[in-house]
Design a protein around this ligand. Sequence first.
Ligand code: PLP
Length: 452
Amino acid sequence: LNIAELIEADKKHYLHPTTVPKLFVENGPKIIFAKGEGVRVTDVQGKSYIDGASMLWNVNLGHGNKELAQAAYDQMTTIAYSSSFYGYSNEKAVRLAEKVVSIAPGDLSAIFFTSGGSESNDTAFKLARFYWDLKGRPTKKKVISISRSYHGATVSAGTATRIEGFHSFSGSKDPDMVRAKSHLTNCELGDRNDPNYEGCIRDVIEKEGADTIAAVILEPIQGAGGVHVSPDGYLQAVKALCEENNILLIADEVICGFGRTGKMFGVDNWNVVPDIMSVAKGITGGYAQLGGVLISKEIRDTIVQYDKILGHGFTYSGHPTACAIGLKTIEILERDNILENVNNMEKELKKGFAYLTDKYRYFTKSRAVGLLAGFELQQDREADLPFAETVRPATFVVEQCFKRNLILRAADFEKGKDIVAIAPPLIINKEEISEMINIIDAAMTEFEKTVK
Ligand code: PLP
């Protein structure tokens, strides 16, 4: 393998997501992955890393899983592809639909397949509007999303996304997206006279009018926004608010779904049943591009009553290979008691966090729900004071971990928030968690030296 040539070809011809193209072309790829096994990945130079981020929160069963590869091979050599338009179907898509519905909360009773999370959320918005149209409420079109949320990069999901960098260059945005303040149901917690005041969800419903709002979308635990866990009672309150106002609740389970939080779905941590649920990532553990949108029995029963067409779908909706991998993923999750491991490893991770909190005065606000975890860095944790904007401690610590062969992710796009996200594969063991903590420990020591 000619690595130098590979790097040059990458710089020349491969435009990567979320990069500064100029810097990328100057510096080249940071790492070219070659292989993976369990929680570890190896680059083309043979250097091995712990994948403490499950790549993009998706490689939940770890790398190199031969059963998943076999499921793909078996399916590809049976039938490579079949359309799911025009009344066509295939066995694996049907079986996966049946299986996902059986493990989903409440009365979620049908799934529309997509190829990923953004498509799932765009689909969720369309389904919500379709439902209200059929119910004779065509003015209910708007979707409320909350600050710091990430819902994808397509036009509608990208507009719903509240990490602002994702809005540039998208041309005309989806005009039916409205913004509410994060994690606040109590509208008193904000200055209504502030011109930048964004109301809480209740405020926004009142301002826009419930008759214009189709749905509220939120992640039970925000991932890319910095691992923000819904406070107890919050999801229940939003659900009640939605019910009170005839608004659908969409849970974006793209990261949380399929065991990441120690329950099968994120909402299960609070026993809330959404009307619509978007999934992707963990449904195949990253082994194939698959997403889906689950809908309640009420929505399903409504949309099958009329002969109005929902013009929507993707070539790869219900792709048999992706669905075969999805089925095998859920089989492994259940057969190998992966959720039990997630809950045990959450405890190990929290022990490590307690040790780091004691040792470093800048280490704070650690959290873990299952293996969706993170911590923050603050100048003065007692006074809740961030570091100066010039310091970027989360990026520094993540870089130090990287030097020590641990891949993590920084979420420091928001002023005064320096968050490090941790989301290892769900199959991680105690020794591997200790290894991660030891590396973070060393990275924190380096960071401490830089603080004056
Ligand atoms: N929703 C959430 C919560 C996500 O984290 C992501 C991706 O990270 C998406 C949606 C978009 O998914 P995709 O990148 O597969 O389109």
